[in-house]
Ligand binder design. Structure first.
Ligand SMILES: [Cu+2]
Length: 487
């Protein structure tokens, strides 16, 4: 990496809002001292060239400072919230993961439609401490453009590693980026990630893993309350990724509506104006903001959200929290919103239907315990799908390659569970029996406590073994995952 680094890019959590430069400089100094050892301490953005992406991620413990004192953070390439990876549909990707952690790790390419086997999106791989592994795959020419998500998926350790800081946003450039009104917008990727404070404080005291750990520090691209610039008349394209372990964001932008143009798996057919946006862990959304208000500053807020049906199970209600500040700067001739985007075709009628019940369970034979990696929540509790906790050696669901199925995801629990399927995007078709109004490409869907969500999925192109699970990663590590064999 020869690009000179701007100080500001390096600092991550040391920056805005903390009131002291000490933290900032300690992370900076640490990275300078280690610059020669752990290349590429590096670039904010790693981009493919000429149809090939040759990338390297180093998973490492990084000394940083959080409000309250020094903290050990986990990063890719020394960057809190990771470098932004950017590739194009049609690219050949070669990504080397070097594990400098003291525990095994691996990578999941959340949302990409690529093979689940071999050196592809294979979550059954494990890279030992000190080891490395090279992931190689081709992103199809017709792969939808979108915002995807790289994160560790080593069962039993996923939550610790993501909550510790690991994760990176991955942009696939393609169809949606070519729509003129979208191309005219200025673009910012916002990685939303909460951290424990330096003292390890989590908001969900005691029940941390069972509820899924949230931290009190809400960062955006590793910073507290960063500024977002918009000119009067301009269009800002915010590409939002919930890279948090368990936190569900309920986003609102003061004085402005957010115009949704894409969900997890790519563009929607027609823009939809929203005053709030709910984003569960692993979900992404692409919104346009019009600079059509009185010039000034406006807060991007995280509004209160109760992710448990049980009163008293979560920490004290928190009020709205500021995530970022939208600042008006300059003006341009008014840019129009797009009228139409990219059609989302209806999937074929399903060949069969299945039902998946998500619940928690007490004691015995839970995934994390069985495999000696995750540890149990308080009282040996864990989670089950159709009564069974995750076992990597058991195939739970066999589907035919090329077939289409309807899956009914039934949340029989008192907590919300964001349900995620690897490799193949799906369309939500119903909620509590009511048909869904608009077709959208999703790979993660929030299933609230007591709710039933119907989804339709075609198992295209790639045979092999993969998984579906709750994307509250503590829940995943505590057994809320199943093995899918596509054959
Ligand atoms: Cu869950």
């Amino acid at each position: 990496m020869t690009t000179p680094l701007r100080r500001r890019q390096m600092l991550g959590l040391g920056l805005a809002g903390l009131g002291t430069a000490v933290g900032a400089s300690s992370l900076w100094d640490w990275q300078q001292r280690n610059a020669s050892r752990s290349q590429p301490v590096g670039a904010a953005r790693l981009v493919s060239r000429g149809g090939a992406a040759d990338l390297e991620l180093v998973a490492q413990a990084t000394r940083g400072t959080l409000p309250g004192g020094p903290a050990e953070l986990l990063t890719y390439n020394g960057r809190l919230s990771g470098p932004l990876l950017e590739v194009r549909a049609g690219d050949r990707v070669r990504l080397r993961l070097r594990n400098e952690l003291n525990q095994p790790t691996n990578l999941h390419f959340h949302g990409l439609h690529i093979p689940p086997t071999g050196a592809g999106d294979n979550v059954f791989l494990s890279v030992p401490p000190g080891g490395s592994s090279t992931y190689t795959f081709t992103i199809a020419k017709d792969h939808p453009a979108g915002l995807f998500y790289l994160h560790p998926h080593r069962h039993g350790l996923s939550a610790d590693q993501v909550f510790g800081g690991l994760g990176s946003a991955l942009l696939v450039r393609g169809d949606l980026d070519g729509i003129p009104e979208v191309a005219a917008a200025s673009e910012t990727v916002l990685v939303l990630k909460d951290f424990a404070s330096a003292s390890g404080q989590e908001t969900a005291m005691g029940m941390g893993r069972m509820l899924g750990r949230e931290g009190p520090l809400l960062t955006v691209n590793g910073e507290l309350n960063p500024g977002l610039a918009i000119p009067s008349g301009g269009l800002l394209r915010l590409r939002l990724l919930n890279a948090s372990n368990a936190r569900i964001y309920r986003l609102a932008l003061e004085g402005h509506r957010m115009v949704l143009i894409a969900t997890d798996g790519g563009a929607i057919a027609t823009p939809e104006s929203l005053d709030e946006l709910l984003l569960a862990p692993g979900e992404r959304a692409d919104v346009l903001v019009q600079g059509n208000q009185t010039p000034g500053t406006y807060r991007l807020l995280n509004m209160p959200y109760q992710r448990s049906g049980h009163m008293g199970m979560t920490a004290a209600e928190e009020g709205p929290r500021t995530l970022a500040i939208l600042n008006y700067a300059g003006s341009v001739a008014t840019l129009p919103l797009p009228k139409t985007l990219i059609p989302v075709p209806a999937l074929p009628q399903p060949e069969r239907t299945r039902r998946f019940s998500l619940a928690h369970a007490m004691g015995m034979g839970m995934g994390g315990m069985q495999h000696g990696m995750g540890g149990m929540g308080a009282g040996g509790m864990g989670f089950v799908i159709n009564g069974q906790s995750f076992d990597p050696d058991r195939i739970d669901t066999r589907v035919a390659l090329g077939s289409t199925e309807d899956w009914l995801i039934v949340n029989d629990d008192v907590m919300d569970h964001p349900f995620h399927l690897h490799i193949n995007p799906f369309q939500v078709i119903s909620r509590d029996g009511r048909p869904e109004a608009q077709r959208r490409w999703k790979d993660t869907v929030l299933v609230r406590a007591g709710e039933e969500v119907g989804l339709r999925v075609s198992f295209r192109d790639f045979p092999g073994r993969t998984v579906y699970h709750c994307h509250n990663l503590d829940h995943e590590d505590l057994g809320l995952m199943g093995v899918l064999q596509i054959e």
